[in-house]
Design a protein around this ligand. Sequence first.
Ligand code: SF4
Ligand code: SF4
Ligand code: SF4
Length: 309
Amino acid sequence: MGVRVAEEWLHSCSGCEIAILNIGEPLVELLGQIDFVHIPVLMDHKYYGQMGEGEELEIPEADVGIVSGGVANEEHLEVLEAMRKQCKILIALGTCATHGGLPALINSWGMEEGIKNSYATPTTDKCQVPTDVVPKPLDRVYAVDEKVKVDLILPGCPPNPQLIAEVVTALIEGRDPVIPGKSVCDTCPTRREGKGDVSKVRRFVQNADYDPEKPIDEMRCLLEQGFMCMGPVTAAGCARRGAPSCISARVPCRGCFGPVRRDGNQMLDMMNALASNGIDFKSVVDRRSLLRFSGAHGLLRPINKKSGK
Ligand code: SF4
Ligand code: SF4
Ligand code: SF4
């Protein structure tokens, strides 16, 4: 019998599950050594017994549990707690699970206000927010480690399939996985010349300066060109084919791997990075958007309407 793996998705878009499948050929080899005992995206499983006769949510015991998505409602929480109980090692997969991800943007309003805003727009008249059958929302979106103990985090939106394979292989071989502990900048080959001569953030409607015929290492760093590139404050891990994914497409990093330090604050760290590059942080129109991938852990909160903070 191989290593027993259980996988669950909470407040997830299934991109993390697609990243697992995107491991590609090495996955075929891994499948010889692991047994998926539970993975709703691929195998039907009735949580309360085949006929719904059970009284408690059932997830089989596993050596490794993988959870994608944040925790947004009571059902997510119940499933997560069952996963923690049944799995010896629990991995939070993807930035939604590790730092709240895009769904945690709702924390800017709070769950109640955010849901109300979504259902009642200027074009939807007298819309009712559903309360029957759907699980009760929590007060905000939480990262997985705010609710249960997590043994390992693997961020990314989506995460890098090669790193998922590395983690699973390491667990099978009983060694520590090799995961990059650096920033996106540390894996970026662009040319750095020191402070640029731009004092305000340039909007990305303007093109960056580069020659598409020339390789990335001949393009000047996008932050030095005045663009909001979040490479300095974002965890490495997306680089494939020699450069971070967005930079290889000649666009700035948006921060999707979350902060470099697990408990870092991408917004504050980016303010410092901008200042070091001579760019006035006041020129950033919506500073809170720098937490677009990492708004859990209480970092994104509803604005106090009186003080505006
Ligand atoms: S981290 Fe990204 S890919 Fe994974 S569930 Fe969240 S939004 Fe989807
Ligand atoms: S700021 Fe962006 S372009 Fe510059 S080195 Fe970092 S990741 Fe590369
Ligand atoms: S460059 Fe930044 S935004 Fe783009 S994939 Fe990598 S971490 Fe994500």
